[in-house]
Design a protein around this ligand. Structure first.
Ligand code: X90
Length: 277
């Protein structure tokens, strides 16, 4: 029985060992350039271009055809997407699933709406990988992964600017103003329905790290796995890691650079934190 994990590039994972894997890119589009969010994208270069650019910009999700191509010739497919409440990616994956199953009625495809993005999706993908490598069957994995995604992982973020989110209608412009002030970070979480929910504002990186940890604990964090993805802000990621380790010295914490899509919306300096509860 062969398995494949397919995701969109919002999960910030470019490769995965041990299991066939494909990340279908979203695109970041300005009037000057189109950035394809794949392993060739220079995310830091994109952020620096965007800093100098004041025109319109938007993003686009994969088409169902691109998902179909990624499904390939596979018996069992798990496809995890960015929250369906902020993107058409999940819908495209569902359309692809329907036509794949019409053509191959004997195969299995499960589309998982993460209701989140970035490092929370990465946690779910790594758990999927583990369950597949343990030799569990499709139905068992389906049940376990849905429970893990909905009940055992969360996402908190800290953003220094929400201009791109507001300009693209992904967050209320009044809410976005809170992150527009110099030195202020807007702290928020992925809500239960996969939208941005604001928690508070923090002044300065140290307060932001402390507020993130306090909110992680408030959401049920007890020392499990953490993934911190940063938009070109390794210092803030390291600071946050040290604050989590002060409280949970044996926590397993990975730091990684956010991909193109998350970096575009989180903007220079932003942090996304996926964690287990
Ligand atoms: O379909 C598309 O064009 C993609 C649209 C994506 C819009 C939102 C991406 C947010 C990325 C920002 C902070 C985390 C928010 C989490 C909310 C669930 C990162």
């Amino acid at each position: 029985m062969n398995f494949k994990i397919v995701t969109d590039s919002s999960a910030d994972i470019r490769e995965l060992s041990g299991i066939p894997f494909e990340s279908v890119p979203l695109k970041i589009i300005t009037t000057e350039k189109e950035y394809v969010d794949n392993s060739e994208l220079d995310v830091v270069g994109m952020l620096s271009d965007l800093k100098k650019y004041s025109g319109k910009s938007h993003t686009s999700c994969p088409s169902s055809g691109e998902y179909l191509e990624a499904f390939g010739n596979t018996e069992n497919i798990f496809c995890i997407t960015i929250t369906s409440n902020l993107s058409g990616s999940c819908n495209a994956a569902n359309v692809a699933m329907k036509s794949y199953l019409e053509e191959h009625p004997d195969r299995k495809v499960q589309v998982i709406d993460s209701l989140s993005t970035g490092p929370e999706n990465a946690l779910v993908i790594e758990r999927l990988r583990k369950l597949i490598l343990e030799g569990k069957d499709f139905e068992e994995i389906k049940t376990e992964i849905s429970d893990y995604n909905l009940n055992h992982t969360r996402l908190i973020f800290a953003l220094e600017s929400m201009r791109n989110l507001a300009n693209n209608g992904r967050v209320n412009p009044i809410v976005a103003k809170m992150a527009g002030l110099l030195g202020i970070r807007a702290i928020g979480r992925a809500s239960d329905v996969g939208t941005l929910e604001m928690i508070c504002k923090s002044r300065g990186p140290l307060n932001a790290a402390n507020d993130i940890v306090a909110n992680m604990i408030g959401d049920g964090y007890k020392g499990g796995r953490v993934k911190i993805h940063h938009a070109n802000n390794l210092n803030a990621a390291e600071l946050l890691k040290s604050k989590i380790l002060e409280k949970y010295p044996s926590a397993e914490i990975d730091i990684g650079m956010a991909g193109g899509l998350c970096s575009f919306y989180a903007e220079q300096g932003g942090l996304l934190v996926g964690f287990e509860i």
